[in-house]
Design a protein around this ligand. Sequence first.
Ligand SMILES: C[S@@+](CC[C@H](N)C(=O)[O-])C[C@H]1O[C@@H](n2cnc3c(N)ncnc32)[C@H](O)[C@@H]1O
Length: 521
Amino acid sequence: MIQEDTGTSEILTRAEAAAFIRVSEKTLGEMARTRRIPSQKVGREWRFLRSALENWLVGKGIRDDNRVLEAGAHDQPAVAEAVVQYQLPISDFRDTAFSENHDRTLHRWTPWIAGFSGSFVAGVLEGVRRERHRLRVLDPFAGVGTTLIEALKYECDATGFEINPYAALACKAKTQAAYYDTDILAATLDRFEEYGEENLSLAERTTSLPPKGFSSRVPFFSPEVERQVLVCQDFIAQETMDWVTDLFRMAFGAVMVSFSNYSYEPSLGTRAGAGKPNIDHADVFSIVKRKLREMHEDIVTFQGWMRKHKRIPRATVYPLSYLEHAQRVRPNSIDVLITSPPYLNNYHYVRNTRPHLFWLGMVNTSSDLKTIEHKSFGQFWQTVRSGPEVALRPHLPRLAEQLEDLRTRHMEKGAYGGRGWANYATTYFNDCQLFCALTRTRMRPGGKVVVVIGNNILQGIEFQTDKLFAEIAEQEGFEIVALHEVRKKRTGNSIVNSSVRNGTVAQRTRLYETAVELRVP
Ligand SMILES: C[S@@+](CC[C@H](N)C(=O)[O-])C[C@H]1O[C@@H](n2cnc3c(N)ncnc32)[C@H](O)[C@@H]1O
């Protein structure tokens, strides 16, 4: 039934929106689900923006990046923020929550912690495009490629660095999507299905073996699941086209934890430890296949978008440390940098992807992992806590005082107390300085830098990392344009929740996220 729309609210429920555009709720629900109309999902409900519907009605259409927010329990604050932001005229800086990516073409291929959303990046690029046409975009901490994908969609050439080999593989697999032969991929998927049917029931030994250097507290896969994993790996190993192998490896990595005895809470831990039952049986082939079918669908969609461009923009992904290899980017060449470095919360990207790195043959020993850890931005608390005292390089007297305060907290715990955390925080801010110094030389004059970064609490002391980062950037020759608080609340911070690391202030201090906007003079 079509109802009358009588309200004046900017945000509409499904019933109100249906009344507004004079269709039934059922039709509208279908249009929202198939993304034919601008809409957002908040929990289980659809919400519509009146002005977006008006634009759509007058033929402005919706873009591919229709923002659909699927709110899980953890994401409630982010969703609330997003709704608030739509009411405010700060169009360029949208919600940063990566959760939004779960529903979006290409972005949804694999989750990644502490990233930002595609629509956040799109908002920044839209703003810059008004000033300049073809842009060169850089993300030095590319994660799974959110910035790079959006850059391609906006017909910009993009360069990314990502030190984690699994995330770098995801970036590469996504950013090359314009070039894949979708018929070959579909045929390979059929062969994959047949291979599973023929080989899973056989008792024959697989050529693939579990990775030698990988150990876990409880068996990572049950024996039944492991056998399927190895058959799946045999199939991947016999493929001859690199891009097909990349897609299968990425897909396997994206789903492998779902059929393991581990889960993310948000760090990788045993399912038993999180109160969940172990996984004894799973249909590995079906799970991997489903992921690949989703990827196939997205590749078709993405190629459709790329055909609309005058030329296909280029993306380059370096699976390397930006801090060591920034010079691979030509000096004065970057128009826009959009990134989110690791936060000062010791989220351990390397440890949390150990299974991916070992099972995909990206590392073979724990010393391979250590190499990545040492080259990571800010390194990690575990890497630097016991080393000699680290000296602060940026000239920030207030920060130096705070670090001194931190160093003297819980001295009885030695490296596990303030001393270890001070080493970690100092290393982090030193890397902020190195990052700014390197980046300054890569940016063209007038270029824009947007760095999403949050505040942090170590041993009860709040570090306003965003403001400190901005000060460091200014010392390295950037102009501070603005600090936009893009999320007023953040959850899931390991430092806050850990009783070992927790101080008394922690529970009272609000965690937020800021987009630090800089300009090159
Ligand atoms: C906050 S995440 C970025 C997520 C990204 N914005 C996304 O949406 O996927 C930070 C990333 O920086 C990477 N990283 C850490 N140190 C690095 C370095 N020295 N060079 C390049 N990447 C690095 C980490 O592996 C991690 O993926």
